[in-house]
Design a protein around this ligand. Structure first.
Ligand code: AQP
Length: 342
């Protein structure tokens, strides 16, 4: 059986990168897969979170899932800390993963920064918990943005090593699904940095709950360059921007990619439409499509966050359904490992 698992951290504002790189793909996948979508609150506390803000953001991510079109009747939506099997399996994986593997994780290096000695040990073993999130449901496919590719490769290594260590063919080797035009949305202020909820500058990202005026202001002020918009030569035979173009004009590449993703069009068609135009005209058009696409979702999210009883009931029901799938899998893992349970 094909099963999807994916998650989003409630560690900051839900932004356009989360939407285009992950959540909108979650919605489409409901057609063909059993889907489990998690709000990964235990991952969020690998960096300190204000408890009240964490509760609020957990509801906000849930509202984002619902407003984007995830159907809680068919898909499962819940928050990670409500299903203990995630952390129980993560402990087993802490004992499977090699320290050398974790040392290679670039996200730990980025997030820990220069002061690695002072980072939480949770941040270091985060990929083991992520592997447990996925494998406690024996999920086969994981839709993510490009930044999570390395963690998913580690999940495959962990599954493989567990199977080898215990002489079983138990865990599936998961497939990453990195889909769509905008698998890596970049900061509006610096086209070489990923759009991120932890960026100190709110102007670097478009939040899903930003109102129309804020979106317009952020796009107007987005970093651009002094040239006119490019011609078709910047799109390679694979339909993607050439590396040369991305490196030379990262901000132009990012804004055109966002436009294509928001309008569900090919990059080539978007480049043809704006070829030779200045950034002012293009940014005006981008604002219109961003507001039209995100505005109704943002309004719906705000409405749902204010009706927290509904959101909480979705999480509660989802957690019950998720726990029912995870419990027998964890139990089999405990048997494989040799834990005695009279
Ligand atoms: N800029 C992005 N472009 C495309 N996809 C992105 N994702 C995140 N940023 C981008 C995808 O969104 C999903 C959820 O991400 P997450 O919140 O679990 O963690 P993250 O990748 O660490 O997101 P942030 O916003 O960058 O958080 P911080 O600032 O805490 O690091 C994932 O599928 C991710 O690929």
């Amino acid at each position: 059986m094909k099963r999807i698992f994916s998650g989003v951290q409630p560690s900051g504002n839900l932004h356009l990168g989360n939407y285009l790189g992950a959540i909108r793909n979650f919605v489409a996948l409901q057609q063909d897969f059993d889907c489990i979508y998690c709000v990964v609150d235990q991952h969020a506390i690998t960096l300190w979170q204000d408890p009240e803000a964490l509760r609020q953001r957990t509801r906000e991510v849930t509202a984002g899932y619902l407003a984007a079109g995830i159907d809680p009747k068919t898909s499962i939506i819940f928050n990670q800390s409500q299903v203990a099997a995630h952390s129980q399996l993560a402990w087993v994986f802490n004992c499977v993963t090699r320290i050398g593997w974790l040392n290679r994780m670039t996200q730990f290096k980025d997030k820990a920064g220069k002061n690695r000695e002072n980072a939480s040990s949770g941040l270091y073993v985060y990929p083991n918990l992520m592997a447990a999130d996925i494998l406690v449901y024996k999920a086969t496919h994981v839709p993510v943005g490009e930044d999570q590719k390395q963690h998913l490769e580690l999940t495959r290594d962990i599954a493989q090593k567990f199977n080898n260590d215990y002489g079983v063919e138990y865990f599936p080797i998961v497939e990453p699904l990195i889909q769509g035009t905008a698998t890596r949305v970049m900061s509006l202020r610096d086209g070489s940095k990923k759009m991120s909820s932890s960026d100190a500058s709110d102007a670097a990202r478009i939040n899903m709950t930003d109102d129309g005026d804020t979106v317009a202001k952020k796009i107007r002020r987005a970093t651009s360059d002094s040239e006119r918009l490019p011609d078709a030569a910047v799109v390679g035979p694979d339909g993607q921007f050439t590396t040369v173009f991305r490196q030379a004009r990262p901000e132009a590449a990012n804004l055109l990619t966002i436009f294509a993703a928001l309008t569900d069009r090919d990059l080539a068609a978007v480049v043809a439409e704006f070829e030779g135009k200045g950034f002012a005209d293009f940014k005006q058009a981008l604002t219109e499509v961003a507001v039209a696409r995100l505005g109704p979702m943002g309004d719906e999210m705000k409405r749902m966050v204010n009706d927290s009883a509904y959101v909480d009931s979705v999480l509660r029901e989802g957690a019950e359904r998720a726990a029912a799938i995870a419990a027998p899998i964890l139990s089999e893992v405990y048997d494989i490992v040799g834990f005695l349970r009279p």
